[in-house]
Design a protein around this ligand. Sequence first.
Ligand SMILES: Cc1cc2nc3c(=O)[nH]c(=O)nc-3n(C[C@H](O)[C@H](O)[C@H](O)COP(=O)(O)OP(=O)(O)OC[C@H]3O[C@@H](n4cnc5c(N)ncnc54)[C@H](O)[C@@H]3O)c2cc1C
Length: 326
Amino acid sequence: MNLSSDQYDVIIAGQGAAAFAAALYAARYQMRAVVIGDTFGGETAIGGEIENYPGFESIDGFDLMMNMKRQVEKYGIPIVDGRVEGISMDQECFEATTTRGVYQGTTVILAVGRERRKLGLPHEEEWTGRGVSYCATCDAPLYRGKVAAVVGGGSAAVEGAVLLGKYATKTYIIYRGQAFTRPEPVSVRLMEESPTVEMLLETSVTELVGDDGLGLKSIVLDRPHDGSKELTLDGLFIEIGADPRVELPRQLGVELTEESEVAVDKLMRTNVPGVFAAGDLTNGSGHLKQTITAAAQGAIAATSAYEYASEHHNACDLHAVGYEVA
Ligand SMILES: Cc1cc2nc3c(=O)[nH]c(=O)nc-3n(C[C@H](O)[C@H](O)[C@H](O)COP(=O)(O)OP(=O)(O)OC[C@H]3O[C@@H](n4cnc5c(N)ncnc54)[C@H](O)[C@@H]3O)c2cc1C
C-alpha cells in the first residue's frame, strides 16, 4: 500500500514537551507520525532555566526543547511549523486542516497546552511588548534598573517577582488575595526576603495608563498605595494563570472536566476513540503541570495511539507500521 505524504498513523498537534515526547515514542513504534505546532518548544522553551528535569542539574528551557526536537528529527519525523485550525473525523479517519495543508491520520494526539489568561483591561493587547508582558521569566532582564509589577498569586507570579527583584530597582507584586498560599513555600520565602520586592495584597489593577507611542506608563489600583491609586512603572507582568486550549478537543466532541481540561484516563485516552491527549491541556497529572509530566503523558499517549492504530489500520487506508527508521 502506498502512503501519500499527507497521511499518517498519528497526527500530533503541538510542539512542546508533550508533543515531542509523543513523537519520539511514536517513532520508536515505527509509526508514521507528523508533529504540527505553531510555536517551537511551547512554554518550556520560554520558561528560562529548568532545574527540575531529571538528568539536567540546570538547563535553559530552549536548549532542552532543542534537544527534544533533534531527537525526534533523528527518526525522520516531520516537524511542521504550522497551526492546526480544525480537526474532523470521517469514518474513523481524522483530517487536520492546518496553515500548512491538510493531514489525515488514523489517530490524533492533542498536545496544544494552555493559553495565558489576560486581565481584560483596555490597551492590554496593544501594549503587550511595550510595558505589558505575560512571562517574567522571559522578559525580566529587560527591566534592569527599572520599576516593574507582577499581577497574580500563584507560582509563576511569585517566581516572577523573585526574578524581577534581581533586575529591577523596585518590583511590586499585586495580588487580590490575603496571602500567598498556592506557590511553593520556598519561593514565597525568597520573595519575602528580597529587599526590592514589595507585596500589595488585597489589591487589583483596574486601569492601564500610557500612550500609543510609548506604551504603558502607569497602572491604577483599586486601593491607594502610599496615598495614591496610580502607580508609575516601566513594566507590568500579568501572571494570573492559563486556560487549556480546548477549541480542537471541542470540535472532536472530546469531554472536558469542570476545569475545562481535556479529560483523559491513565492511558491518555479521551472519550473519543482514536483521540488521545497529553500535557498541560489535560487533567492527566492533576495540578502538577510541568515539563516532566507533559513528556511522560506524551509517551503514554503515543503508546496508546500505537495500540489503537494497530487495530484500526484501515481507517485512512493506512497501515500502522509504515516507514523505515532513519
Ligand atoms: C514561565 C514558565 C516557567 C516554567 N518553568 C518550568 C520549570 O522550571 N520546570 C518545569 O518542569 N516546568 C516549567 N514550566 C511548565 C512547563 O513549561 C509546562 O508544563 C510544559 O511546557 C507543558 O508542555 P505541553 O507540551 O503540555 O504544552 P506547551 O509547552 O504549552 O506546548 C503547547 C504547544 O502547542 C502549540 N499549539 C497551540 N495551539 C496550537 C494549534 N492550534 N495548532 C498547533 N499547535 C498549537 C503551542 O504553540 C506549543 O508549541 C514553566 C512554565 C512557564 C510558563
